[in-house]
Design a protein around this ligand. Structure first.
Ligand code: UD1
Ligand code: CA
Length: 499
């Protein structure tokens, strides 16, 4: 189906519209480009602009690396490029270049340095040498427009091809177009140019049709016409948007497609970041509901883009799921925060619990008010209750720590009962030591286990004990001062006071 459509597209292909000079260029391309043209689609490259300073963010972090739903905003743009059949991708880096290059190092893209950043037109020019001899189409995207959907970009490709355009741009209509470049049209309705907010006349500012910063441009025109762009504007920058005026003046074919305003939000400030975050969160929640997850109030949950959730999971208000978290089928999550953790099936997490870098097997129950820290492993059916903190410890199958405990660097077997107020004293001020509690042990309330220490299978520790030595299997360990009852002591004291 997909291929059929593309083959059809190649019948009205760009080759027929190219001049002899351009065709010659195609045949002089290297083998890579030729094979790309012979493939399912025309040769396509993408340039992602990510060199700007992002002044309005007032941040030490590069603007395009600010996270949205837990993932740097630039990654959404790179993911979109990945989904739109593009052979080569260039990311233009400048401000915080090292930071940005490092962040995108696993994406299989080429970073090109723009130093100093002199505007969006100048940014694209940085790819001129890398794309020398390339005569296909170039998709240009901004790293700060993360909500764009692949379908919309595909639609723009279709329009570009159908209209045999030299340049196509994605526009939208905004009730408040402040800050965006306005699309100025001629009387006959064709696009004349783009004017930026700062350079616009009051009449132009009232135009609600805006430039989204997404373009498809034929490479030969792109790099040749960029040579004509001058920094004659308020910001003294080389504007990519000037290409529209140049194309219109030269009578080149200009095409356009309109996008949903929500998709093309450009993130320039922290307020824009929050707006984009809101939209993205809604999208993520909608996606999981469509997959069979109950979300009682989607406006009150935060689910990162990187999270996976099974069917019949029920998510109550106040839940935050972050990082590489995976929730198995039929878990019940009340208000809690879960980060980089895996939950099996039918796990119940009650209110105000925090789970970080932990693994929880099926049928476990957690909270309310539990804190499971890095390296926690709860085996099947284990139960952790109020005010229990666990770090780097395993709690065996069906074992329970229901109240007020600290378990650190401990390996706890099956069927163990950890009484209220149990503390593993794992730190001697210099080193951490291990506590081992074998299967079916009963630890009485208010016990301190001074590590390193081992409690043998089936042993019983009397409440209030301080355990400093290993306990043999099935032994009773008790370490506390003997109780003494002084008969009538209170009565005698009262009499003495009353005189
Ligand atoms: C730009 C468009 C505007 C459009 C808006 C849509 C221009 C001149 N204006 O404005 O018409 O409505 O996007 O969101 O293009 N960048 C570089 N190098 C630079 C300057 C910017 O790589 O020298 C990058 C930025 O990192 C950013 C993108 O280009 O990812 C857009 O730059 P930005 O300054 O945000 O442009 P806008 O003012 O939003
Ligand atoms: Ca922008």
């Amino acid at each position: 189906m997909k291929n059929g459509k593309k083959t059809e597209g190649r019948r009205n292909p760009s080759t027929t519209r190219r001049s002899g000079r351009e065709r010659k260029k195609i045949s002089s391309q290297g083998p890579k480009e030729v094979s790309a043209r012979n493939g399912a689609s025309d040769a396509r490259a993408a340039i992602v602009l990510a060199a700007g300073q992002g002044k309005r963010m007032k941040s030490a972090l590069a603007k395009v690396l600010h996270p949205l739903a837990g993932v740097p905003m630039l990654f959404y743009v790179l993911d979109l490029v990945k989904q739109t059949e593009i052979q080569r991708t260039f990311v233009i880096v400048g401000h915080c270049a090292e930071q940005v290059s490092e962040a995108v190092s696993t994406w299989g893209v080429n970073c090109l340095l723009q130093d100093p950043p002199l505007g969006t037109g100048h940014a694209v020019l940085q790819a001129k040498d890398a794309l020398a001899g390339f005569s296909g189409s170039v998709l240009i995207l901004s790293g700060d427009t993360p909500l764009l959907r692949p379908e919309t970009v595909r639609r723009l490709w279709e329009v570009h091809r159908e209209e045999r355009a030299t340049m196509s741009l994605l526009t939208t209509r905004l009730t408040n177009p402040y800050g965006y470049g306005r699309v100025v049209r001629k009387k006959n309705g064709t696009i004349a140019r783009i004017v930026e907010e700062r350079d616009a006349t009051p009449a132009e500012r009232s135009i609600q049709e805006v430039n989204t910063g997404v373009y498809i441009i034929e490479a030969p025109f792109l790099f040749e016409a960029l040579g004509e762009v001058q920094p004659n504007n308020q910001q003294k920058e080389y504007y990519l948007t000037d290409l529209i005026g140049i194309a219109a003046r030269r009578g080149e074919r200009l095409a356009g497609a309109e996008a949903d305003p929500e998709e093309v939000i450009g993130v320039n400030s922290r307020a824009d970041l929050a707006t984009a975050e809101g939209h993205l969160r809604k999208r993520i929640a909608a996606r999981w509901m469509a997959e069979g997850v109950t979300i009682i109030d989607p406006s009150q949950v935060r689910i990162d883009a990187s999270v996976e959730i099974g069917r019949d999971v029920v998510i109550h208000p106040g839940v935050a799921l972050e990082g590489k978290t995976r929730i198995g089928d039929a878990c019940l999550l009340r208000a809690c925060r879960i980060e980089n953790s895996r939950l099996g099936e039918h796990v119940v997490v009650k209110d105000y619990s925090v789970i970080e870098d932990a693994e929880i097997e099926s049928d476990a129950a957690i909270g309310p008010f539990a804190h499971l820290r890095s390296g926690t492993l709860l085996r099947r059916g284990a139960k952790v209750g109020n005010f229990v903190e666990i770090k780097k410890s395993e709690l065996g199958e069906g074992s329970k720590a229901n109240h007020l405990s600290y378990l650190g660097d401990a390996v706890i077997g099956k069927g163990v009962n950890i009484g209220a107020g149990t503390i593993t004293c794992n730190y001697d001020g210099e080193k951490k030591h291990k506590t081992v509690i074998e299967d079916d042990v009963f630890i009485g309330s208010d016990t301190q286990l001074v590590a390193p220490v081992r409690v043998g299978a089936g042993a019983l520790i009397a409440a209030g004990s301080t355990i400093t030595q290993d306990v043999p299997p099935e032994a009773l360990a008790i370490s506390r001062t003997k109780q003494e009852n002084k008969e009538g002591w209170v009565r005698k004291r009262r009499k003495k006071r009353e005189g």
